[in-house]
Design a protein around this ligand. Structure first.
Ligand SMILES: C[S@@+](CC[C@H](N)C(=O)[O-])C[C@H]1O[C@@H](n2cnc3c(N)ncnc32)[C@H](O)[C@@H]1O
Length: 238
């Protein structure tokens, strides 16, 4: 653990396993990596997040359950990879693999440094995982490196607004009141919690994504359906 970056070691020490109460899903962002060179042939237009059917080469997840990074396979069966910082979460993933008849490698590791060659994957997804607990200055360049030209990264994290309005006390829902500065937010720690999170303003995300080699394709603010309820104490539907 000593070789891990401090925030990764701390997040590992929390023994994170996804339970309803840990997730603060509010916002979704989709990106597409810039094609290399001037030619447009690397641009592959795909449906909203998943290309056609199952991604041909899926690099699967940085937060298993299931983080997904489809891997390049050049005509062979699609190959996916799941990576997570938590052994417990990987146990869940293994159980689900058995349940759904899936078989692809699951790695206990850090999404900031995945030991695969560049351009190994077509598609990467982080659903409330690496995108929140991993330093974006390291994770985004690593994901750009691993994706082939035209490859897609999709991630889901908190909205910036809720992070500004979330009380430090557990079990208290965010209100309309801004509780922290909007400028300069990056690394966030909550009192009494070992974990380290990363939250950026929309502009900072866009700049960092572009600097890392991505084009920003979409940014979706997820709107709860009429009649929806919240199962997370830190956010009410109102
Ligand atoms: C709240 S869970 C969400 C996982 C999944 N999407 C789900 O809904 O169950 C967050 C996950 O991110 C993982 N994670 C945190 N830091 C990570 C890192 N440095 N590399 C890879 N995964 C990491 C955690 O171990 C945890 O499994």
């Amino acid at each position: 653990m000593s070789e891990l970056p401090e925030h990764v070691a701390r997040n590992r020490a929390t023994g994170m396993i996804s339970r309803g109460s840990t997730s603060r899903r509010v916002n979704a962002v989709g990106h597409k990596r810039s094609p290399r060179g001037a030619s447009g042939r690397f641009r592959r237009r795909r449906s909203k997040f998943f290309p056609g059917t199952w991604p041909a080469r899926m690099l699967s997840s940085w937060d298993v359950a299931p983080p997904t990074f489809p891997r390049r396979s050049h005509g062979a069966e699609p190959v996916s990879l799941g990576i997570d910082n938590s052994e417990g979460q990987l146990g869940t993933a293994r159980r689900l693999q058995g349940q759904y008849g899936l078989d692809f490698p699951l790695i206990h590791g850090d999404a900031e440094a995945i030991g695969y060659p560049e351009a190994s994957f077509d598609f990467a997804i982080s659903e409330y995982g690496a995108c929140l607990w991993v330093d974006p200055e390291r994770w985004l360049p690593e994901s750009a490196r691993l994706l082939c030209p035209g490859g897609q990264l999709v991630f889901l994290t908190n909205s910036f607004l809720i992070t500004l309005c979330m009380p430090t006390e557990d079990e208290m829902a965010a209100t309309e009141r801004l509780l922290r500065p909007a400028f300069g937010m990056y690394r966030v720690e909550w009192p009494g919690s070992l974990g380290v999170e990363f939250h950026l303003s929309h502009g900072d995300w866009i700049r960092l994504l572009r600097r890392s080699g991505f084009e920003v394709e979409d940014l979706i603010e997820v709107r709860p359906a009429v009649g929806a309820t919240s199962s997370y104490p830190f956010v009410s539907v109102e």
